[in-house]
Design a protein around this ligand. Structure first.
Ligand code: BDP
Length: 706
């Protein structure tokens, strides 16, 4: 009797203990409980893509414990997968809608045929079918009803691309999830199983392209040896419809080919690129094209020969054109000049607009400086009309606490994509000026700098996976809300229980503003430490260093006030925006307070909208950031029963780091700025726990933060 009781208890304990999870499955977790008692599908009729059918089969057997029967005849509750050529689909009379959905689009529809209810996932091509299958799976995973469906989807951007800043030696620039997933040393002989898993994860969120190597590219990537390796990766990604692109070094003709120079107007250089591009396409017929960082941060480019960015980009575009390839030319350029760094990309690129070939697209970071915690949108968006422009977002958290801080970026990207440029009147949002709605161009694209590494959970922090996910979902459909995306991700990655989803989602949705508050509120930017972009060093002043690499250049704190004057009286960066955005930013009364110190140098006693003076408000914001992270800790601790022990404790300990870092940021910034403001830290808020002099001595061992 006793033994039986023990056994029973043992079994109960086992059932209640959540299975350990390492995060390796990302959001592609298909839980047994996710299908209701009477499954919506009893058979699968598949007429074309094997990958789409395989994906559904695989997920189905994970959810139900048995594979879905493949049927010849359509019966009740059959799932019908097919491309437009399929007779069945024709009979359902959906051909014209499929054509309208375009090459990657799909429809999912519940239809009745005879006495049978069937679900159709159909697309004009195999790629759309795969996306349709993932959509249906997502609905099952997130507990949505699947019995009365009428869905038509197509992507908003043509190219939805990850940019890996991965070096050929296996390190990842600004990567915080271990070494690169690309195992260059083992390729082409050994193929890591992760390549396929990577492809699958990306396809499941609609990502259809990837740049394998760092924008700070070495010529070696174009050697035969490396191209053979690239070919193998490309062949692993191809079944999931992910095209491979490469970052190139502009000096490759001289450095690899032994030519005298790499001048884009030199016929030998042009010929070298033609030959090289032909070689690439022989190896990789569906190769996508090049991403180029040129004449930026010391990298070579056309300006080395007195040529323009357009001349450089067009030379490459001409070589790629016969193969249907494209050039993504980056506008991230700035020089050590007297000019405000925030103005430089616009100044260099606007005069060139219209001069680029049709297969060139200008890749522009979301803000005018450099992926800061918060920036206004870059004025190139909306202004550049004749040449296609693509946004570059940073998924990896270079300036947002690496993989130590929980920061959900869906909210940041939504703010950016929905910013109204007014360049074609009201409602000329960044999204609409880049997705082809307002300025139609042959290609539209959006890029995200990947946060992927060889860590078991891919992204370092479990919650950083949400940013990879959110990038893909927004690239597919930028009208989705940050809330909906977080909701999906939580349900798929953790659990459907509302007791978990609701509070944790709220934490995610607040997390970006919270981080802005404890790092750089009210439009402050680039006050990071000199040798890393992790902690604060607003005092940093290195003799002989480039001023625009030093925090005081950006915050300009003095006893008079703080902030960068970019108004008409200052650097006049405001004039790069279309009307009325320029006037709104120029006027301290109308400038959004979130961006106040980005555009204005403001006296410490300036009255804010809530009645506080600037100094007090700054102090309150830093403090609010700290308090919020403490709330996150409480929220997470309450979630213990919903989450497996491994992921629970991992996130818990990262939140502790985030909490300590938030205090570090707050104390460093307030104590330092106080030396300029000369005012007391408002007495209602928590007192600093550090000495400024001690904080100044902190030298970070980056190994612990990478
Ligand atoms: C900066 C990064 C640097 C990148 C550069 C870029 O610190 O590592 O190479 O951007 O985007 O944010 O080219």
């Amino acid at each position: 009797m006793k033994i039986k009781l023990y056994l029973l208890l043992f079994c109960l304990v086992l059932t209640f203990q959540l299975k350990a999870e390492d995060g390796s499955r990302l959001w592609l977790r298909f839980q047994p409980r996710q299908v209701s008692e009477t499954p919506p599908f009893t058979g699968l009729k598949n007429s074309s893509s094997s990958v789409a059918a395989e994906e559904f089969q695989r997920a189905w057997s994970e959810m139900t414990g048995s594979p879905l029967t493949v049927t010849k005849k359509v019966k009740n509750n059959t799932l019908l997968l097919g491309t437009i050529k399929e007779r069945d689909i024709h009979r359902l009379n959906i051909g014209s809608e499929l054509l309208a959905a375009g090459p990657e689009g799909y429809i999912i529809r519940s239809v009745r045929r005879g006495n049978n209810n069937i679900t159709v996932v159909a697309s004009a091509d195999e790629q759309g079918l795969l996306y349709g299958v993932y959509h249906l799976l997502r609905m099952i995973q997130t507990g949505q009803p699947t019995d009365n469906l009428d869905i038509t989807e197509k992507p908003r951007y043509d190219i939805r691309i990850l940019n890996h800043w991965d070096n050929l030696d296996g390190t990842v620039e600004r990567g915080y999830a271990g070494y690169s997933v690309w195992k260059w040393g083992e390729l082409p002989g050994t193929i890591s199983p992760r390549y396929q898993e990577y492809a699958r994860a990306n396809a499941s969120i609609g990502i259809n392209a990837t740049v394998l190597n760092n924008v700070n590219a070495t010529p070696a990537i174009l050697t035969e040896e490396y191209l053979e390796k690239v070919k193998v990766i490309a062949s692993q990604l191809q079944p999931y419809h992910i095209k491979v692109y490469l970052s190139i070094n502009f000096s490759s003709p001289a450095e690899l080919g032994g030519l005298e120079n790499s001048d884009p107007l030199n016929p030998e250089v042009q010929q070298w690129w033609h030959t090289k591009v032909n070689e690439i396409y022989r190896l990789i017929p569906d190769f996508g094209g090049f991403l180029v960082k040129a004449n930026s941060e010391g990298l070579p480019g056309p300006q080395d020969y007195g040529r323009s960015h357009a001349e450089g980009a067009n030379m490459l575009a001409d070589a790629l054109k016969p193969h249907g390839g494209i050039v993504m030319w980056r506008a991230f350029v700035y020089n050590p000049s007297g000019e405000d760094r925030a103005k430089q990309a616009y100044d260099e690129f606007m005069p060139l607009e219209g001069q680029f070939r049709e297969n060139v697209i200008i890749q522009v970071k979301n803000g005018p400086v450099d992926f800061q915690p918060r920036e206004p949108f870059s004025p190139l968006f909306g202004s550049m009309k004749e040449t296609a422009v693509m946004p570059e977002l940073q998924i990896t958290q270079e300036y947002l606490g690496f993989s130590n801080h929980l920061v959900y970026l869906g909210t940041q990207w939504k703010e950016f994509l929905e910013s109204d440029t007014y360049c074609r009147g009201e409602n000329s949002t960044v999204a609409k000026t880049t997705d082809g709605t307002i300025y139609p161009h042959p290609i539209s694209a959006i890029a995200g700098v990947a946060n992927i590494g060889e860590d078991v959970n891919w992204s370092g922090h479990h919650f950083a996976q949400a940013n990879w996910y959110a990038f893909g979902r927004l690239a597919w459909d930028h009208t989705l809300s940050a809330d909906v995306i977080a909701d999906e991700w939580l349900r798929m990655s953790f659990t459907q229980e509302n007791g978990f989803v609701e509070p944790v989602k709220e934490m995610m949705l607040n997390s970006w503003e919270t981080t802005v508050d404890y790092m750089m509120p009210l439009g402050l930017h680039h006050i990071f430490a000199w040798d890393h972009h992790y902690g604060p060093e607003p005092w940093c002043d290195i003799p002989d260093a480039r001023p625009d690499w030093l925090p005081p250049y950006y915050h300009n704190a003095s006893e008079k006030g703080i902030g960068f004057d970019r108004t008409a009286n200052g650097s006049d960066a405001v004039s790069q925006y279309c009307s009325p955005v320029d006037e709104i930013y120029n006027n301290i009364e109308t400038c959004p307070e979130e961006l106040l110190l980005w555009f204005h140098h403001v006296p410490w006693d300036h009255r804010m909208k809530n009645g506080r003076i600037l100094w007090d408000e700054l102090s309150y914001r830093y403090d609010a950031g700290v308090q919020q992270v403490r709330e996150f800790q409480k929220t997470w601790d309450r979630m213990e029963s919903f989450v497996d022990a491994d992921r629970f404790s991992h996130v818990q300990s990262r939140l502790k780091i985030q909490s300590r870092d938030a205090v570090w940021w707050k104390d460093a910034c307030l104590l330092y700025f106080q030396t300029h403001s000369g005012r007391p830290i408002p007495y209602a808020i928590e007192r600093p726990v550090h000495e400024l002099e001690a904080l100044k001595k902190i030298k970070l061992d980056l190994k612990h933060h990478n």
